[in-house]
Ligand binder design. Sequence first.
Ligand code: NDP
Length: 337
Amino acid sequence: KIYYDDDADLTLLNGKEIVFLGFGNQGAAQAQNLRDSGIPNDKIIIANREDSYAEDAKAKGFTVEHDFGKAAEIADVLFLLIPDQVQPRVFNEQIAPKLKATATIVIASGYNVFYKLLNFTPKQDVVMVAPRMIGSSVRSLYQKGKGFPCFVSVEQDGTGSGLAIALALSRVIGATKAGAIASSAREETAMDLFAEQALWPNIIMLFREAFSVLKEAGCSDEALCYEMWMSKEPAEIFERAAEDGFIQQLKHHSTVSQFGQLSGALALDGSAARAHFKEILYNQVLNGKFCREFSKIEDDLEKEGAANPLNELYRKSEESELGQAEKRVRARLAGLL
Ligand code: NDP
């Protein structure tokens, strides 16, 4: 199901106090779109700690509340637009105890709701309005009068009007202009984490191994880096795939290339990859294993140096032949790139 502007009844938002928790990437874009769609400025509050994000919100003419409890008390609608990893602590400790029993909570990503990390009360509506774009595009496409791809869902229909409110909110942030796709926190989380934990790791591995094999065969670092990604050819291929079709974009390539790619892909046996993908999807993503394990190391991600597990993953990844070669090439070409 795809929802368009005509499916949304904006009168449902009349008189509602709308609070944006967070004025970052998504918060700044969505709050401005919502105001430009006609929601009165005095009905919008930006809840943010006292810093540059708060200053930015003030400079853009918004009312800013630094006390999250006070903002929560008056919110009929609360957009939860702070980073996913801090949402459970901030929401459960500072927002949830003060929030109205019938408030609408809007999430832009399914993760914390699918894994049940946020504490809602039964009469609250929990809706997902999740743009598939970075905030600057959410804003610039709106300003150009265009829509942007977005997932919408009702995760808890406490008032019975969850979907209608979700659609009204989707419309005022500009998401129903191009059609908002009915989805769910489960679907959004599954696809997002699957791409991050199954698809892209395989792509990184394939590039790493391909690099080593070609290097062994005598190809130079410079030629390989440019051939494989620094020319931006892969980015162009994906852009064409979005415009012309995943398979049809191949028609832009030479006949030799088309023949090689299509016959090569059809000859590959995907059963090992399929089994691996299923393992990640069911036994790592959907069963919550990754979420449980990630929560154990989350605090370490704030640490400096080797104590931060992400820094260690970067260090090990850069040790690969591809990583080392790229460093040399970039150093040699410094200033030219
Ligand atoms: P940002 O990283 O841009 O959020 C920054 C905002 O969060 C700032 O207002 C910041 O203010 C506030 N913030 C950060 N840490 C804290 C904290 N500990 N306590 C209170 N406020 C905090 O987030 P995004 O906009 O990227 O993401 C928001 C939501 O949107 C997430 O659910 C994300 O998954 C989703 N989303 C993001 C997309 C993207 O492209 N980035 C795309 C689609 C969905 P300060 O530091 O001053 O406290």
